[in-house]
Every structure is written in C-alpha cells, then in structure tokens.
Design a protein around this ligand. Structure first.
Ligand code: SF4
Length: 348
C-alpha cells in the first residue's frame, strides 16, 4: 500500500499560472458580482488563501473570509439560498454536505488540493480496514468519500483538542492525510497515531536552513507557522496554529516583524489586523528548493472575479457543486460530530 506522498503524480494536476487583469477590469467584475449577489440572494464564503480582491469583496458584501471550519459553519448558518464559495473544491463540497438544500457555486470545480489528491478513497479505505481497531480521523482537506469513511473530521484549529479527547478515552487513531500535521499532533498529545503520508505542496516548500538564516537577519521577528509545515520549520516557530490562530497570534505578539510560514494569501487579513507590523514571507527557496508553490497555492489562485461572476450568473456543470446523496449522508455524520465538538469547546 502506498502511503507515501508522490510529488510526480500531484504535479500533473497543476493548473497554469493565473492571468492578471487590469484595475478597470477588476472594478467591472466586482460591480457585476455585487449586483448578482443581490439579484440571486447569494453570499460569498472565501478562504484566507484566496486573492485579496476576492477577500475584500466578501467582506464588503456581508460574506465571510475564514478558515475551512468557519467557512463551513457560516455557510450552514446563513439564510442565503445560494453560496458562492471561493476556495478549493473540498470547501465547496463541505458547504454542500452541510447545506444540501442550497445551491453551492464556485469559480471553478477544478481547484484541487494536494492533500485530497494524495488520499484516494480505495487505498485509504483498505488502510482503514487493515487497522479496524483504530478510530479514523481525517482532515477537512479530503474528498467526500474519504470523509464518509471517517469517524471524525477535523480542521487544524481543533485537531489537537480532538485527538487529546480521543486519547483520553483510550482510542487509537488513524490520521489522514497530512503527515506533518499528524506528526505535530502526535508530539503535542502523545496519542497512538498511525498517519497517512500526504502533504500540502505549499507548506512542504518552506526551507529550514533558509529560515534559520532569515531569523538571523531579522532578530526581532517572531516566526508563525501552520502545522502542515515540516517539523524543522515547526521547531523554529514561536507560534504554531491554524490560519485563524495565526492571525490572532499576530495581534497578541509584541514583535514588530512577523515571519509567516503559510500561504501568502493570509497577508491580506493579517495586515489589516496588525497594520504597523512588517509581515515577511518564510523562505521557499534554499537547499533542495523546487518552488512548486512559492508560498501560494496554485489551486487557490484559480479563483478569480470573472469566473465567480460567471458562476453566479449561469451556474451549470462548470460551477455548481453536486455531491452524491449517499456519500453526502455518510460524510454528514463525522462533519456534524466536528461541529458539535467545536461548539462544546466554546461553551467550556
Ligand atoms: S494550500 Fe495546501 S492544503 Fe490548502 S488547498 Fe492548497 S494544497 Fe491544499
């Protein structure tokens, strides 16, 4: 069974680089989307890693910019019957699972995720069958079928807490698909975890030696890292956390400079929270650099204003998310468990 992350097989899914558009074109598409949102009674749900133009449009129009957990929650709680999801496909699918009665539209349905691609359902299901005594916990960055095979779904913001809880009631865990996050959780909790070996192509690119040199260059800077980053990056970080937790940390830390080891899309929201601090991208170049992502997810970059407007206006197979009803039902159970668990944490 192949649990090893295979860059070559992921590479062929890489989309071409996005084409940039003029300021006038941007203004045109932004206005068009605003009109369509009202006409269609729709709301934008955008991830932190999307283009700043998309994030600001979501904010201006009463939508949300958030991590994948909050995106899912917002979509299911909002009264709009049409959700325009800016992110990658699994985020649109998660919105559809939680709100099957709503129409979920995306800029493109071809926005993949290397974690999802690296965890095919048949292999993963065989792996689970081989370790049937273990509780299956999967990250939100997975297909609907993999979600349906899981006992629990988590996002990075609650992963440590959930595994702590499962460990406390004596459960042994299968974790999938991100190996670095699995490793991080195992170290934090001491739980018995058997981890799938997937990786995020963005976080996999951060370079340890280059970050050490950068820290010397900026001695007053704090390093903020997402736990999908390799262990060597985590070891150098002052703060490790989900996208929302990193934004929160940027605010509470007193350091005047922050080195950020996650997708650069987060800079838009983070800089708004800390306008006086200097944000620096953690290095992706250095020994062994391949720079597949240059700290920006190529699939998140597929989201653009023009395609969002077209999706909203015309819908159809290129834009509307459909999820098989049986798979949807299977995935809803662990998804709801995640939401209930998250709610119990906030009530403590
Ligand atoms: S940044 Fe990484 S985890 Fe997020 S969608 Fe892109 S490939 Fe997937």
């Amino acid at each position: 069974m192949n649990l090893t992350f295979d860059f070559k097989s992921i590479n062929r899914h890489f989309p071409p680089k996005p084409i940039s558009i003029s300021t006038e074109e941007k203004a045109y598409w932004r206005n068009k989307i605003k009109v369509l949102l009202k006409k269609k009674n729709a709301v934008i749900i955008a991830h932190y890693y999307t283009d700043p133009d998309i994030q600001s449009l979501a904010e201006e129009t009463g939508g949300c910019v958030a991590d994948s957990l909050e995106m899912a929650r917002f979509g299911s709680m909002h009264s709009a019957p049409n959700l325009l999801v800016a992110g990658v496909r699994f985020m649109g699918e998660t919105a559809k699972i939680l709100s099957p009665e709503k129409t979920v539209l995306m800029s493109t349905l071809n926005a993949e995720c290397s974690l999802d691609l690296g965890c095919p359902i048949n292999e993963f299901s065989r792996f689970c069958d081989m370790h049937a005594d273990r509780t299956v916990v999967v990250y939100a960055n997975t297909s609907v079928a993999v979600k349906g095979r899981a006992d629990w779904i988590v996002t990075s913001s609650i992963a440590v807490k959930l595994i702590e809880y499962l460990d406390s009631i004596g459960k042994k865990i299968i974790w999938a698909p991100d190996r670095h996050l699995g490793n991080y959780i195992q170290k934090k909790t001491g739980a018995d975890i058997l981890s799938w070996q997937g990786a995020c192509i963005v976080h996999e690119e951060f370079k340890i030696q280059a970050l050490k040199r950068m820290k010397k260059l900026y001695p007053k800077a704090a390093v903020l890292a997402h736990p999908e980053s390799p262990q060597g990056i985590i070891d150098l970080a002052n703060i490790v956390g989900s996208t929302s937790q990193l934004i929160q940390a940027a605010k509470s830390l007193s350091h005047p400079q922050l080195i950020i080891a996650t997708d650069q899309g987060i800079f838009y929201k983070m800089q708004k929270v800390v306008p006086d601090k200097k944000l620096l991208a953690a290095p992706t170049m250095g020994e062994g650099a391949t720079c597949r992502s240059c700290a920006h997810c190529p699939w998140m970059a597929m989201n653009n204003l023009k395609d969002m407007a077209n999706g909203l206006e015309h819908g159809g197979n290129a834009h509307e998310v459909h999820v098989d009803a049986a798979l949807c039902k299977a995935a809803l159970l662990p998804l709801n468990r995640m939401l209930s668990f998250t709610q119990s944490l906030t009530m403590r």
